[in-house]
Design a binder for this molecule. Structure first.
Ligand SMILES: Nc1ncnc2c1ncn2[C@@H]1O[C@H](COP(=O)(O)OP(=O)(O)O)[C@@H](O)[C@H]1O
Ligand SMILES: [Mg+2]
Length: 250
């Protein structure tokens, strides 16, 4: 299963991925590869894992010290050789971190490396979950082949739902090969869903479910505690379980 999320910054993408992983683990579904393709990487913390050197970080280090490149190897070959450093191997989860280019750099090279890494790795895992950046700038058919589940995460505002609709359109125009696409409305208060329904319908994204405002989620985040350690009764944890059951993942 290849699952990817997209959405504006701060909508809850990382939270959703971490809680989905929590449920997959509870259901004994492993091995899992988590891919943090958000330049503002924070998935490691949500999973309680060490953050590996990012792909962008490896490139940066090689660029800054070319003397380390062995004689007879090109820079590209050497970067490819060092890519294994971008994979943190945990007990049940492995984590691959893309990182962002320093300054207004180009993503193309990092993307190509991410794609190459993914191609090499995906077949070793039962589940691959990809936390994408706010936009879809770095997504292409080539980085996200055969996505089975694509979740666009939105906050519970009209503006948020409209940007979710734009993300769906963007994904369409990029001709991404997406299996099932869904909308998730996060940080919803009672009544929000009903109020937002007209806007949600316009997106033509089926609503997978809503996730309520959950003070525990914010508290864990604030104290850098892994979301995997959230109690099963926490409202957000329960909501994500129901949502995953609804779409047939659990
Ligand atoms: N359902 C929720 N209830 C309360 N706080 C939430 C909820 N979902 C996310 N948050 C908080 O909102 C912030 C952004 O969430 P995050 O998952 O990091 O967003 P993204 O990955 O899309 O940038 C974090 O501080 C997180 O703890
Ligand atoms: Mg995030």
């Amino acid at each position: 299963m290849f699952l990817a999320v997209a959405g504006k910054g701060g909508t809850g993408k990382t939270t959703f991925i971490a809680l989905t992983i929590k449920h997959l683990l509870a259901a004994g579904r492993r091995p899992i590869l988590a891919v943090d393709a958000d330049p503002n990487a924070n998935l490691a913390q949500a999973l309680g894992m060490e953050a590996p050197t990012s792909i962008a970080g490896i490139m940066q280090a090689v660029a800054e010290d070319r003397e380390q490149i062995p004689l007879g190897m090109t820079k590209d070959q050497y970067v490819a050789y060092r890519l294994h450093q971008s994979l943190e191997e945990g007990q049940d989860i492995d984590l691959l971190v893309m990182g962002g280019p320093e300054g207004p750099g180009c993503y193309c090279y990092v993307n190509n490396l991410l794609r190459a890494q993914l191609q090499k790795l995906v077949s070793s895992y039962a589940h691959v979950l990809m936390d994408n950046e706010a936009g879809l700038e770095h997504l292409s058919r080539r980085t996200t082949q055969n996505v089975d589940y694509f979740f666009v995460i939105s906050d519970a505002t009209v503006k948020g739902i409209r940007s979710a609709a734009r993300i769906k359109e963007l994904a369409q125009s990029l001709k991404l090969r997406l299996g099932q696409e869904f909308l998730v409305v996060n940080r919803a208060r009672p009544g929000d869903k009903e109020a937002l329904l007209p806007e949600i319908t316009k997106t033509q994204l089926p609503l997978a479910g809503t996730i309520p405002v959950d003070p525990l989620v914010a508290e864990y985040d604030l104290h850098c505690r892994p979301l995997l350690a959230l109690p099963d009764e926490a409202p957000a944890v329960q909501a994500v379980r129901e949502l995953l059951q609804r779409v047939g993942i659990l």
